[in-house]
Write a protein that binds this ligand. Structure first.
Ligand code: ATP
Ligand code: MG
Length: 399
C-alpha cells in the first residue's frame, strides 16, 4: 500500500521567539485532535519549523480537509519522501516537474535547503542538477529564476523531501493560544466571519444566539447551528448558547419608543452575553458589527450598545466593507449558509425610522424603564447549550 507525506510550513509561528515552543505545542495538539477524527491512522512528525504527516493513500482526503482548516500554518504541500541519494532526489524532482508540466506551467525554478551537510551536492548544486533533470525530461519547462510560474523545493534533512508549490495555509495563531471570547452569533453574513477571524488570532470561542420563537423559525435556528458547526470546525469546537429572547423583545416593543427598539435590543443582548461569559471563561465579547453598515451601527449607537457590556467588545469587522466581508465569508465557507432566507429576530422587530445618534444617557434611562433583569434571568436559565464542530470522536458534528 502506498504512503503519502505532507509537509506543513509553520510561518508566523516561527517569529514568536521564546513563545515558539508553546505555540508549536498548541498547534500540534490541535492537529492531533483534528487528524484523530478525520484521518485516523495518520502520523505526525515534528521538526524545527516543519511538521510532517504520513498517511496511507486512502486517508489523504481527510488529511487535506484538516490542513485546509488548521489555523496557524503558512502553507502545506504533498511531498515526495526519499532516500538521501542524488539519484533519488533527481528522480523525485522529475516527478514534481511532471505535475507542473501537466498543470500547464512553462517556467520553474528549484530551491534547495541542505540541513544535512553530508549530502554530496550543496544547495546551489542541487538547484542546478534538479533544474537540468526537469528541463531535460520536459523541454517545454524552462528554468527561470525571476518570477517562475512554479517552484519545486528540495529539503535535505533526515530524509530528502521534494515538493511542488502546494497550498496556502490559514495562517494566524493556533486556536487556544489567545484566551477565549464569546461570539454574538446571528444567522447573518457578518458575525460568523467575525468569529472565524478571531479564531484566526488564536482565540477559543463560544457563541450565543438569541432567537424569538414563534416569530423566528426553526429553520433560522437550524441555520445558526450549522454556522456554529462551521465556525467550530476552525475554532476546535464551540458551545452554542441558544437563548429565547421572545419575552425580552416583547417587553422592549411594548415599553419603548419604536425608533429605539433595535438599540435597546442590542443592549439587552450585551447584558445577557456578559452574564454567559461567567460560565464560559470568555475575556471579551465579539460581534459582527461594521461601522455605519446599518442604523444601529453608527458610532453613537455602538456606544449605547456597548454601555451594557461588562467586558471589552471586539469588532473585527469594524472597518471592513460588505464586499470584503462577503469574500471572507466565501473563503471560510459560511456564506452559502448565511444567505439562506430565514429572518432573525432583529429583522422582524426593526423600526421603520430607527434612531441614528442615540446618547448613552437616553439609552440608559430607556433601558432602566424596561426592568429586564427578571426576564433576562429566566432567558439565561432556560438556555439550551449545544456542542458544535468538535473534532473529538463520537462528539464531532461535521459541517
Ligand atoms: P450579521 O450579519 O452578523 O447578522 P448584521 O450586519 O445583520 O450582522 P445586525 O443584525 O445589526 O447586523 O447585528 C449586529 C451584530 O449583533 C451581529 O453581527 C451579531 O454579532 C449581533 N447579533 C445580531 N442579532 C443577533 C442574534 N439574534 N443573536 C446573537 N447575536 C446577534
Ligand atoms: Mg443580522
Amino acid at each position: 500500500m502506498s504512503e503519502r507525506t505532507y509537509l506543513i510550513k509553520l510561518g508566523e509561528l516561527t517569529l514568536k521567539g521564546g513563545n515558539l515552543e508553546s505555540f508549536e505545542h498548541i498547534l500540534r495538539r490541535n492537529l492531533v485532535t483534528m487528524l484523530r477524527a478525520r484521518s485516523p491512522g495518520s502520523r505526525i512528525e515534528t521538526r524545527p519549523g516543519r511538521f510532517y504527516i504520513r498517511c496511507e493513500e486512502e486517508a489523504a482526503a481527510g488529511v487535506e480537509e484538516v490542513l485546509s482548516r488548521l489555523i496557524g500554518i503558512s502553507g502545506w504541500a504533498r511531498a515526495e519522501r526519499r532516500e538521501k541519494t542524488v539519484d533519488a532526489v533527481l528522480a523525485a524532482c522529475v516527478e514534481e516537474g511532471k505535475a507542473l508540466w501537466e498543470a500547464g506551467c512553462t517556467s520553474f525554478k528549484v530551491i534547495a535547503r541542505r540541513a544535512d551537510k553530508s549530502f554530496p551536492l550543496n544547495s546551489h548544486e542541487i538547484c542546478c542538477a534538479g533544474g537540468d533533470a526537469i528541463s531535460g525530461a520536459f523541454p517545454e519547462l524552462r528554468v527561470q529564476v525571476k518570477n517562475p510560474q512554479g517552484i519545486i523545493s528540495v529539503e535535505i534533512r533526515e530524509k530528502a523531501y521534494i515538493f511542488g508549490p502546494g497550498k496556502k495555509g490559514r495562517r494566524g495563531l493556533p486556536v487556544g493560544s489567545a484566551g477565549r471570547g464569546l461570539l454574538l452569533l446571528s444567522g447573518g453574513i457578518d458575525s460568523p466571519v467575525a468569529g472565524c477571524l478571531m479564531a484566526g488570532r488564536g482565540m477559543g470561542l463560544d457563541a450565543v444566539y438569541f432567537h424569538t420563537p414563534p416569530y423566528t423559525s426553526q429553520e433560522a435556528l437550524d441555520k445558526t447551528i450549522r454556522l456554529a458547526e462551521i465556525i467550530g470546525s476552525y475554532a476546535m469546537g464551540i458551545h452554542l448558547y441558544i437563548v429565547n429572547f421572545t419575552a425580552v423583545q416583547k417587553r422592549i416593543a411594548e415599553k419603548s419608543p419604536a425608533e429605539w427598539t433595535t438599540v435597546l435590543l442590542r443592549m439587552a443582548m450585551m447584558d445577557a452575553a456578559s452574564s454567559i461569559t461567567r460560565r464560559t471563561r470568555a475575556k471579551c465579547l465579539i460581534t459582527g458589527e461594521s461601522l455605519s453598515q446599518v442604523a444601529s451601527q453608527t458610532i453613537e449607537n455602538l456606544t449605547c450598545t456597548e454601555s451594557r457590556a461588562r467586558l471589552p467588545v471586539l469588532r473585527p469587522l469594524i472597518g471592513i466593507d460588505k464586499e470584503a466581508i462577503t469574500s471572507l465569508a466565501k473563503d471560510f465557507g459560511t456564506y452559502e449558509t448565511s444567505i439562506l432566507p430565514f429572518a432573525d429576530c432583529c429583522v422582524l422587530f426593526s423600526p421603520v425610522h430607527p434612531v441614528l445618534r442615540g446618547t448613552v444617557n437616553e439609552a440608559a434611562a430607556l433601558y432602566e424603564r424596561l426592568e429586564l433583569s427578571g426576564l433576562l434571568y429566566e432567558a439565561l436559565t432556560t438556555a439550551e447549550i449545544r456542542r458544535c464542530g468538535y473534532y473529538e470522536q463520537g462528539l464531532s458534528s461535521r459541517p
